[in-house]
Design a protein around this ligand. Structure first.
Ligand SMILES: Cc1cc2nc3c(=O)[nH]c(=O)nc-3n(C[C@H](O)[C@H](O)[C@H](O)COP(=O)(O)OP(=O)(O)OC[C@H]3O[C@@H](n4cnc5c(N)ncnc54)[C@H](O)[C@@H]3O)c2cc1C
Length: 466
């Protein structure tokens, strides 16, 4: 029987049954009444109307098994899945939307930043390997934007593989480029599936539980890559978070991106432009992007505000042809949890450009520091492998926005080129761990670095380490 076609089984505790409690304090009866699960496998105990706890007893079928499951199909998850498959692992990529690309496509944030420093010193292209191949596929599809809003003093020729600091792109081309590459690499895909929880044995993650139109299904995995951006898997498995920023009110703000049509060519300098289409930054909202009520309020307020803003612009002379062509599928969430890993990247690391023995990626995107865009005097700081391994939880590798970092270096490393480089490392690590049955935290980092170098990743350390 092939690994990913196994028969349905029960995911269970000692009794063969998983018991969960859902506490609906915020929404009281509404959450209790809805629960999150109501498929045929859910056997429910009685609830009293005055209780705000709904107790469920659930048996979930295991519908597939993989070496590596990557949860989340954003820039880091796509590259992680490609890397895991290329490194020999049977790999599933699972995504809640019907397409891939994460905040780059669903969030309409259509410029990949951080392939090198924005300003000199910027001779080093710090993100290469599979992310560079992904850009080459977008170039092949004719999906590079005409203009971006980020100034870049030094010119590079992307058509020759010399990638500049920032690549503006057509989100539809980015979605297709991901599909083309994943298909070629043999990655299995499961779209329209929200990862609801990890499968757990003690603190060991043994797979994921997904909710979709097919109901609630478990998918077993040797290693799970948490590419949800919010660290959903690691957090629900019990991992701690980095306490930076100290207050939730200091989280980076969310922004609703949008696309205008009918913009006279060359007339909008603060946009990412393809012909007369211009992607722009819309209204912002401060709040916790892991709280559903906050997210709902954020969507309502920013969408209403944006409509009024566009109407006002259309009333200005010369802008009559402009119209709101598209808004992001969801508001762009910059920052939520940073999962606590074996090492927490610090602001000093970013300023000094600290080099680590266990480097697996480089982040050269500027960071926000003391309220300003901070440009490095070096070519980028190292991301150590330890920052991708959560403390206290086994068989999970973090990637992209989930990495273990303080807020300022996070601001840098979350940029999509860096997130892809981290994805490359996470995917390779997951495949190695799965294939060798060694937990991610005990992985031979030199062997991981050699694997990354063999796939043309940039680690600034020569072609072979040992
Ligand atoms: C407004 C805004 C502006 C930005 N500007 C730039 C910029 O100019 N340039 C730049 O490079 N970066 C920019 N960024 C940062 C960048 O977009 C993100 O940091 C980056 O996309 C992170 O990549 P990721 O793969 O880690 O996460 P994400 O892109 O967030 O992808 C996560 C993916 O996981 C999926 N997912 C999440 N939870 C689940 C679940 N439970 N089950 C199934 N699927 C799930 C999501 O649908 C998504 O596809 C910006 C971000 C925002 C919000």
């Amino acid at each position: 029987m092939s690994k990913h076609n196994s028969n349905a089984q029960t995911v269970g505790s000692e009794s063969g049954i998983r018991r969960r409690q859902f506490i609906g304090a915020a929404m009281g009866g509404a959450v209790a009444a809805t629960g999150i699960l109501s498929d045929v496998n859910a056997a429910r105990s009685a609830t009293r109307p005055d209780q705000d706890i709904y107790r469920e007893v659930i048996q979930t079928p295991v519908v597939a098994r993989y070496d590596v499951v990557v949860a989340g199909g954003g820039p880091s998850g796509v590259i992680a899945a490609l890397a895991a498959a290329r490194s020999g692992a049977e790999t599933l990529l699972i995504e809640r939307y019907g397409f891939l690309g994460g905040n780059g496509t669903a969030g309409l944030m259509t410029c990949y930043n951080g392939f090198r420093n924005q300003r000199p010193p910027e001779a080093l292209q710090s993100v290469k390997g599979i992310p560079a191949q992904y850009i080459a596929e977008i170039v092949r599809l004719g999906g590079v934007a005409d203009a971006v809003s980020y100034p870049m003093p030094v010119k590079h020729d992307i058509t020759k593989g010399d990638i500049p600091y920032c690549v503006g792109f057509d989100p539809e081309a980015a979605k297709v480029a991901a599909l083309n590459m994943l298909k070629k690499e043999g990655v299995r895909l499961r779209l329209h599936s929200c990862v609801a929880a990890p499968m757990l044995e003690g603190n060991r993650v043994t797979g994921i539980i997904a909710e979709s139109k097919s109901g609630r299904q478990a998918i077993a995995a040797d290693i799970v890559v948490d590419a949800t951006g919010d660290g959903d898997i690691a957090a629900r498995a019990g991992a701690s978070v980095v306490k930076s920023p100290a207050k939730k009110s200091d989280l980076l703000r969310m922004t609703l991106m949008y696309r205008l049509g009918g913009v006279p060519v060359g007339s909008d300098k603060g946009a990412i432009c393809i012909g007369e289409r211009a992607v722009k930054w819309g209204p912002a909202f401060q709040g916790d992007g892991t709280d559903v009520e906050t997210l709902t309020t954020a969507e309502v307020e920013t969408r209403l505000k944006l409509w009024d803003q566009i109407e006002a612009r259309r009333n200005k002379p010369g802008s009559e042809s402009v119209y709101l062509m598209q808004t992001a599928t969801g508001i762009g969430v910059r920052e939520t949890r940073h999962i606590l890993g074996g090492y927490v990247l610090t602001v000093q690391n970013a300023i000094e450009g600290t080099r680590f023995d266990d480097v697996v990626a480089i982040s050269s995107n500027p960071m926000a520091y003391q309220g300003k865009r901070y440009f490095y005097k070096h070519e980028g700081f190292d991301v150590p492998y330890r920052s991708l391994v959560p403390k206290g939880v086994e068989n999970v590798v973090l990637t992209g926005r989930c990495l273990s970092a303080e807020q300022d270096p996070f601001w840098s490393a979350r940029a999509m080129a860096g997130a892809m480089a981290i994805g490359h490392a996470s995917g390779c690590a997951a495949a190695m761990a799965a294939k060798s049955s060694v937990p991610p935290r005990k992985l031979d980092v030199k062997a991981l670095q050699n694997l990354l170098l063999s796939q043309n990743a940039e680690l600034r350390m020569g072609k072979r380490i040992t």
